[in-house]
Write a protein of this length. Structure first.
Length: 491
């Protein structure tokens, strides 16, 4: 008989039995005493997504250091092996919502520390209050043999250091007034599984011609305080998170600094709506990421009813991006002009050879500020580009001079009114220009840099543009150099 989820939880908790071996080290001259505790257990196949191992922290602890290791036995081809993520919750508990959250590093590192004044990237510095803490283990995959682990926690006793001052990036920096601004809302630094520091990423972003980025570390907001100096380089930093669940990833874009969004649920649990509302209440956008990605836990299974925008292009163009683009276009065909889901493009930068800003989103905003950028993204006044070398202009006009641009509505009284659609592109020579409507591909201009096309609202509910590189495997189109959100033709 299959075990219930509650029985599995009990089994995993029992398997995570603690073999504690505390020892107080002798205090040599000029050093502080330490206590070392070893915690061992085994997580069985089919265990819950998260197992919480208790760790008692006494009064007077100055620093906590945690390291861990686990067995990685060989498995037959096609059978997952062991992969174990790790994080930490303090004495305030592990309840959903994250009140006791103190950090997460997933599988990116094997050890971390916390003090009042400092912490390993991914973790939050602050007081080490006495009480029962919990080390959170996330068995990403478990081999048939089970997942034996060993955790070593070292407590250093002594007076805590003075807390470090908390500063966040400004939400507005000098810009160009109402203009097109370039950004990348999906990048990873050393605060999750990236390889570069925030300062290095800021430099790469400016070199890529970007005006803004969004911090999007996996399941932690620790980097929100780490972007000192980015504004001086002319880079607006929005604070956010990549909420990495077991049934899809979602970007929280532009939330209030210091906002944590919990990730410990699946689509079947019915909890996503609560946290989507929390993102919006914190001023941010809910953006499903790489919805058709094939990695374990990456494909989006929550639906799009709570989404504000969707990431259609993620990193180097691959078949799952083509599927995402087609799937997004299908949502437009059944949408209304006053209620539709805009699309974005992001690099998902982790390490070289990934490139920050490749691809990127170009958004029309009133200024270079958090409110203005988010308003432009939410409205869909944006297009995707492979790099800052690519720019385009896309408009629709009527004989009487009514005008609309990307993400806007062109209102006409008569559905037979002729509409002139114009597209011009720079930085993408040799590409095919394509116009797509709710009826599918409507017009192609091979090798062109500009085009004009006439239609009516009766023939096209919307029109959007694609700039495609030459096809590599006809009849499939080539990868895009750019694509736009739609212009809606209303009457």
């Amino acid at each position: 008989m299959a075990l219930s989820r509650r029985a599995l939880l009990a089994q995993a908790t029992a398997a995570a039995s603690v073999a504690a071996t505390p020892s107080v080290a002798a205090a040599a001259a000029g050093t502080e005493p330490t206590t070392t505790t070893t915690l061992r257990g085994t997580i069985p196949p089919g265990a819950p997504d998260f197992v919480y191992v208790p760790l008692d922290v006494p009064p007077g602890v100055r620093e906590l250091r945690v390291s861990y290791r686990y067995d990685k036995p060989p498995t037959p081809p096609g059978t997952p092996g062991n992969a174990l993520d790790i994080g930490l919750f303090d004495q305030r508990g592990t309840a959903l919502g994250g009140r006791g959250f103190r950090g997460w590093s997933g599988g990116a590192r094997g050890e971390f520390f916390l003090r009042a004044d400092d912490a390993t990237p991914g973790y939050l510095p602050g007081p080490l209050e006495p009480g029962r803490w919990h080390i959170a283990l996330g068995p990403y995959t478990v081999a048939p043999q089970g997942l034996p682990y060993e955790i070593t926690a070292v407590l250093t006793h002594g007076a805590p250091a003075a807390p470090a001052p908390v500063t966040y990036p400004p939400e507005r920096i000098p810009g160009r007034g109402r203009a097109w601004y370039r950004g990348d809302c999906h990048v990873h630094s050393v605060h999750s599984d990236g390889r570069r520091t925030p300062a290095e990423i800021a430099g790469l972003a400016r070199a890529a011609g970007l005006d803004f980025i969004n911090t999007s570390e996996h399941n932690t907001h620790s980097s929100h305080t780490a972007w000192t100096g980015a504004a001086e380089q002319g880079l607006l930093v929005l604070t956010g998170e990549e909420v990495t669940t077991r049934t899809g990833h979602v970007l929280a874009v532009g939330t209030d600094p210091g906002t944590f969004v919990d990730w410990r649920y699946r689509s079947r649990d019915g909890r996503f709506e609560r946290f989507a509302r929390a993102v919006r209440q914190a001023g941010g956008l809910v953006v499903p990421a790489h919805p058709h990605a094939t990695c374990i836990g990456c494909a989006w299974k929550f639906g799009f009813g709570e989404a504000d925008v969707v990431e259609v292009w993620n990193g180097a163009w691959t078949p799952d991006d083509e599927v995402s683009l087609a799937s997004w276009d299908a949502t437009l065909r059944g949408a209304r002009s006053d209620r539709w889901l805009p699309a974005l493009a992001h690099s998902d930068y982790h390490r070289d050879p990934d490139r920050v800003g490749s691809p990127q989103t170009v958004v029309l905003a009133d200024d270079l500020s958090r409110p203005a950028i988010l308003a432009g993204l939410r409205a869909g006044r944006a297009y995707a580009a492979e790099s800052s070398a690519v720019s385009l202009d896309f408009t629709a006009v009527t004989p009487r001079g009514a005008h609309a641009g990307i993400g806007e509505r062109l209102r006409v009284a008569d559905p037979a009114t002729e509409v002139l659609v114009r597209l011009s592109v720079t930085g993408a020579e040799g590409c095919d220009l394509r116009l797509v409507t709710d009826q599918g591909l409507a017009f192609t201009a091979p090798g062109a840099t500009s085009l004009e096309w006439r239609t009516t609202p009766a023939r096209a509910a919307y029109v959007r543009a694609e700039v495609r590189r030459p096809a590599q495997a006809p009849p499939l189109p080539g990868p895009p150099a750019a694509f736009t959100n739609p212009i809606w033709l209303d009457c």
